[in-house]
Design a protein around this ligand. Sequence first.
Ligand SMILES: [Zn+2]
Length: 452
Amino acid sequence: MLTLSYEYRLEPSQQQIDIIEQTLDVCRSVWNFALRERKDWINSRKCPVNACSLVQEYIMSPDEPYPSYKRQAKALTEAKKTNPRLKAINAQVIQQVLRTLDRAFSDMKSRGFGFPRFKNKYRMRSYVIPQLGKETVKGNQVKLPQLGWVKFRKSREIPEGFVIKQARVIRKASGYFVMLSLQLDVDVPQPFPHGHPRGLDLGFDKFVATSDGLEVKRPRFLKSLQRKLKLLQRRLKNKKKGSNNRHKLNRKIARVHQRISDARKDWHFKLAHQLCDGAGMIFVEDINFISWQRGMLSKHAADAGFGQFVNILQWVCWKRDVYFGKVNKDGTSQECSQCGAHTGKKTLNVRVHHCPECQYIAPRDVVAAEVIRNRGLTQARVSRALESRPEGLSAVGTPVDIKRCDLSAGFPRRAQAHLKNACGDGLTGVDLRIDLVKSLKQESPTIATLGA
Ligand SMILES: [Zn+2]
């Protein structure tokens, strides 16, 4: 199953905007109510029976069952009979809110996420429509439950053969958007190691350095608009809390932030495509970028958006049939890429690598990228040996004769699958800019690199 998310800007009428806002408002009430229920239950079970607090204790009957998704959904159906506000909204939309809350609780346990929060009216920004009618898009209009036909800016065509499964209506600082989940019933295998290997070293000094010697400077997205942001934020303290003027100013600030984040994402996509050019394999370090954002350079780390970049890169690699691998990050800057000698810790101001063993001299980040490439190749060889691919395609990093390639083997079959449809993955939240024609054009050079 292939899932893509396409985002479009909606152009709703005033009446439709009112309905969207009302839906968001009801979703928010349901979220807060359901969260309160769960929180109360948890609070009442907090203390052991022999160690009650001296001051106060939350009391709830011991046989009161936990308000699970199933129970809450049932209670919602009951409440709908008497509550006209709930009745006015699409049933599936509200049910989806309970499901999201349920997932937030399970993510907290399994993935260490934070405790779900209550939402004020600015925090409820989107709702999901889990099921859509048969004919959803006609020209530049999309049919959504309750809203009817809504105009949208068709910035790109929906690829042929895809079925629209879900829609999410989003309110952003810059307007209203709809995110459509498109699905196609087809199986596209993962790319496997082939062609030219490339290691990437991400860092603060250079955003990225490649093992081929390319160094890309870190763009300062925030810096260019920071003056403006600062000016607006300074005005904020003169505005009374909860006033209309404060709200207006806050929206202005949000729009600036939106602009920064749009520019950053665009740049990430362009760089990812550039890095995929002429590569068959891409390796990066296995870094936890969240810890970077807590350190001294936190502002710069957040501004660069390394985590988002790696996600986008992974996606672009997948789309362009480039193998993507993560390697162990330990000591990549302390090793010589040519002879493997340990060169010791370098402080940040040492920008050039000079190996005392083999006299290799090169920029420090490039050497680190080369080390990452070497590690990735070793890793890919091991995984390849385990999978034991058909002969002729199994030699990593060595030239492969395209004429000898068995057409039924993994790679060509994958390419054929590409030709039939676009390619993609359910990377929700990331704007997936796919140009069908472009992706078809890109297939040919990738095949060519096999022979090169
Ligand atoms: Zn050396």
